[in-house]
Design a protein around this ligand. Structure first.
Ligand code: ADP
Ligand code: ASP
Ligand code: MG
Length: 404
């Protein structure tokens, strides 16, 4: 008998019909002789709706209250799914993150899991019941409800799979696996049967939101086998596997894009030691996640520093940069929220220096201006105007012959 954690994303439980279909799939998995632990997301786009509601009510939005609000979405799905399971005659019980024993730090709206107790889930399993856990949430060391950041239900599922020693963690979503580009932007994108953790980390980090980045890190660190698949067709999807398990090393394995960031430029700062240190210390002290950083060549002793941050962190980052502008002697702080990042990911790129040239040539042929560039051994990312992102992804996908 296998123990399987099954996570169902927002679209998978978007309405009553979908909830009943999910319940039937869980019943089928049980009938095949498996034990199942279920993790659910909030229905459809209801987390976005709750955030919009908060925006209408308040500019302050204390993190503790935001988490209290957002965790309610997943509670609705877990209770409804349990009712659908009960209709099918399955013993089951719903659990909030707190009841499941998911203990986090106190960093509201982006808490990190520090321990998973899972006692009540084990009790339910030994009574042959299906535990249904609200994703994306836990309880802090100060006993407050917390959330794990957007897409955090994936992390809940992986953390439970690790804590309960599950045989695998299945992530059910609205596409049939991990593709070599977002299938919504590139209809000819190819589904990958296997992807290495190394590549999946880069895909998730550069906008391929099919798996939350932290869930991939957690799965790699705790050796959880991940299977991303469709809750619409139920066909086999993509396995995320360890690097040593003979993944075909494509030179370029995926093109990804991310429009969730904004760019800030502090212009004409003195080109001397300590300026970047002061700026990025100020941002770090406010827990702002900086992604890409670029500093221009110095012209007459001055330089520009540009960096990108998640749009959610942008207002605070802009404020901090403005507060520090006097101290770091910047002549101006300029914001650009209409940017996007396009990336090529592939383990084979390490040994193929011509890939970067081909990427830049492809964008040049499309008359797309590159605003920033960053590279790792298996990734090249370019910041472009948000309005160019779709064309950039499609032209790169074609240029590197990635169609299925
Ligand atoms: P869920 O609600 O199930 O968690 P998400 O919306 O978080 O679903 O993630 C699934 C979406 O990720 C897909 O609908 C797809 O548009 C998008 N996506 C982006 N990049 C990729 C990719 N490389 N492969 C598959 N899906 C991708
Ligand atoms: N409902 C949360 C979100 O929309 C968590 C999740 O779906 O994974 O981000
Ligand atoms: Mg998701």
């Amino acid at each position: 008998m296998s123990l399987i954690v099954q996570k169902f994303g927002g679209t998978s439980v978007a309405d009553s019909d979908r909830i009943r279909q999910v319940a039937e799939h869980i019943a089928r998995t049980k009938r095949h002789g498996n034990q199942v632990v279920v993790v659910v997301s909030a229905m459809g786009k209801s987390t976005d709706d709750l955030i919009r509601l908060a925006d209408q009510v308040s500019k302050t939005q204390p993190g503790r209250e935001m988490d209290m609000l957002l965790t309610s979405g997943e509670r609705i799905s877990m209770a409804l799914l349990c009712m659908a399971l009960a209709d099918l005659g399955l013993a089951c019980a719903s659990f909030t993150g707190s009841q499941a024993g998911i203990i986090t730090n106190t960093d509201h709206t982006r808490a990190k899991i520090i321990e998973v107790k899972g006692d009540r889930l084990r009790e339910a399993l030994s009574a042959n019941a299906v535990p249904v856990v609200a994703g994306f949430q836990g309880v802090s060391t100060s006993k407050d409800v917390t959330t794990l950041g957007r897409g955090g239900s994936d992390t809940t599922a992986v953390a439970l799979a690790a804590a309960l020693g599950a045989d695998c963690c299945e992530i059910y979503t609205d596409v049939s696996g991990v593709f070599n580009a977002d299938p919504r932007l590139v209809p000819s994108a190819k589904k990958l049967d296997k992807v290495s953790f190394e590549e999946m980390l880069e895909i998730a980090a550069t906008g391929g939101r099919v798996l939350a980045l932290r869930s991939v890190e957690y799965a790699r660190n705790h050796r959880v086998d991940l299977h991303v698949r469709s809750s619409f067709t139920w066909e086999p999807g993509t396995w995320v596997v360890r690097e040593d398990s003979k993944v075909e090393q494509a030179i370029v394995s995926a093109v990804t894009h991310d429009t969730s960031q904004a760019k800030i430029t502090v212009s004409r700062v003195p080109d001397k030691p300590g300026i970047a240190a002061r700026l990025f210390r100020g941002l770090a002290d406010r827990s702002i996640n900086v992604d890409m950083i670029e500093q221009n060549t110095s012209v007459s002793g001055h330089t520009d520093i540009s960096f990108t941050v998640p749009k959610g962190d942008f207002p605070l980052a802009f404020q901090v940069a403005n507060e520090l502008s006097g101290e770091i002697e910047a002549s101006d702080v300029v914001a650009d929220e209409a940017i996007g990042m396009v990336s090529l990911v592939g383990a084979g790129m390490k040994t193929h220096p011509a890939i970067a040239a081909q990427m830049f040539e492809t964008l040049a042929n499309e008359k797309i201006n590159i605003e920033m560039i960053s590279t790792s051994s298996i990734r090249i990312s370019c910041v472009v105007a948000e309005s160019d992102v779709e064309r950039a992804v499609q032209s790169l996908h074609a240029s590197f012959s990635l169609s299925g």
